[in-house]
Write a protein of this length. Structure first.
Length: 423
């Protein structure tokens, strides 16, 4: 087994990890190694657009190797398998090729400080049929699978000459489920079929287990979203705890049964399965690694955890790109302090609000602390603010010049030249 060493090792190049690698490199820290199981980065908050067939994965990808070359950090593709906190080493799994042959053997990498930023997954909650019959939306592969199932399902529905609409059931009324439902109902391109009139009608139902649609969301914003969804013909059913998913139905504890040509499972977020398999690093009930207010594991001060896979005892931050990005910014200042044996300041999450894009049903949300107040946004202003989070991410990844060019080409909805890949 090969063994080598780097100073700061970041595992996971998502919303938080990649920004951290770039911020550290920009500040002149040369000994930074980023590891991701994929060779390309995709901005996860918009993968529901891919799932609805609106954006193609290859169009929105950035190569990690190109970004690393540009900013001056190291990158290596690999999947985290294990961590030896005391021995300051991690193990990467062997890399298999498409035919299942070992392309790269297991590797060990030493570190002075390790940052875990490997995100989370949607839990199946042990509900019968979820893993076999429903689709989730955790990564780009899931999004592509979902769109394929949706568009071929629509085609089959049209070919069969079915009179009833094509029925989509989404389990979970969080942002992922609501945004995806709105896109499928209003904006998605549908099946490979013309004329438009031959496309089947689509009916979307969103099931929520609690008595509140979009729990945790501001009341006024929630009402505004519910109104827009109703106008788009989307049904919302609360108090529907799902008990079973079959190939064509979703059944609930309340005794209801919903016809489902396509079931999407978007019921919450937990830490990655590997978190429970790694010995010596404590997790909470949601399988997230427990950290101190400085984002250091409660078991090892050398190991920092950010984003969806972390849980700050007493002061948890939400599983959002916004929080992961703030934590990356925080660690970019605190990690060098840790390496220089200086005292660390605690992380403080500043909630900037929530914005949702509902396809043709519009955009809506709330921005916190703007001009010292909270502001509810709708329409174009909300859409602009919604895009703002991605713009900020693009600016960090691409720098101001390319980030601005990217934003302009996005606004015009088509590419104004070759894709801005940094390599
Ligand atoms: C459809 C959808 C819509 C969303 N909309 C919003 C939104 O509007 N606003 C918002 O703030 N948030 C939104 N979120 C949530 C947001 O995407 C996540 O909270 C955020 O991406 C978490 O960042 P992260 O850095 O923790 O992990 P991620 O961005 O998930 O990145 C994890 C990285 O780790 C890599 N990885 C995973 N396992 C391993 C392993 N074992 N070894 C090596 N690498 C590994 C992955 O390849 C990935 O690159 C949305 C999420 C989804 C799914």
């Amino acid at each position: 087994m090969q063994t080598r060493s780097a100073g700061v090792v970041i595992v996971g190049g998502g919303a938080g990890g990649l920004e951290l690698a770039i911020r550290l490199a920009r500040e002149g820290h040369k000994d930074v190694l980023l590891i991701d199981r994929s060779g390309t980065h995709v901005w996860k908050p918009r993968i529901h657009e891919l799932a609805a067939g609106l954006r193609r994965g290859h169009v929105d990808e950035l190569d990690y190797a190109g970004l690393a070359e540009h900013w001056g950090f190291a990158f290596e593709r690999g999947e985290l398998l294990d961590i030896d906190a005391t021995g300051q080493q991690l193990t990467l799994a062997e890399l298999l090729d498409r035919d299942g042959r070992t392309a790269v053997g297991e590797r060990r990498i030493g570190f002075d400080a390790l940052v875990l930023a490997i995100g989370g997954v949607t839990p199946d909650m042990g509900v019968e049929g979820v893993l076999d019959q429903a689709l989730m939306l955790d990564n780009e592969g899931d999004a592509e699978r979902l769109f394929e199932r949706y568009s071929t399902g629509l085609l089959a529905h049209a070919v069969a000459g079915s009179e009833r609409p094509y029925q989509v059931v989404i389990v979970g009324s969080g942002a992922t489920g609501v945004e995806l439902g709105a896109l499928l109902a209003t904006d998605a391109p549908g099946a490979d079929l013309a004329p438009r009139a031959s496309q089947p009608r689509i009916e979307v139902t969103i099931l929520e287990a609690t008595d509140t649609f979009m729990p945790g969301m501001d009341e006024a914003v929630r009402e505004s979203i519910a109104k827009r969804l109703a106008t788009a013909g989307i049904a919302i059913e609360v108090n529907q705890q799902v008990s079973r998913v079959t190939g064509d139905r979703v059944e609930t504890d309340a005794g209801d049964s919903f016809t489902a040509d396509l079931t999407v499972w978007a019921a919450g977020r937990v830490g990655p399965p590997i978190a429970d398999r790694i010995a010596g690093l404590s997790t909470n009930k949601k399988r997230q690694w427990r950290v101190r207010p400085t984002l250091q594991s409660i078991d090892s001060e050398r190991i920092f955890v950010l984003g969806d896979c972390s849980y700050i005892d007493d002061e948890p931050a939400p599983p959002t790109a916004q929080a992961a990005s703030e934590q990356a910014e925080y660690l970019a200042t605190q990690l060098p302090r840790y390496l220089a044996d200086k005292r660390l300041e605690p992380f403080e999450f500043k909630d900037k609000g929530t914005l949702l894009s509902l396809g043709d049903a519009g955009s809506v949300g709330e921005v916190r602390g703007l001009f010292g107040d909270d502001l509810q946004l709708r329409g174009r202003l909300a859409r602009a603010a919604y895009n703002g989070l991605q713009r900020q991410h693009q600016f960090i990844l691409l720098g101001a010049v390319k980030g601005t060019a990217e934003a302009i080409s996005d606004v015009f909805g088509r590419r104004v030249g070759p894709r801005l890949k940094i390599h």
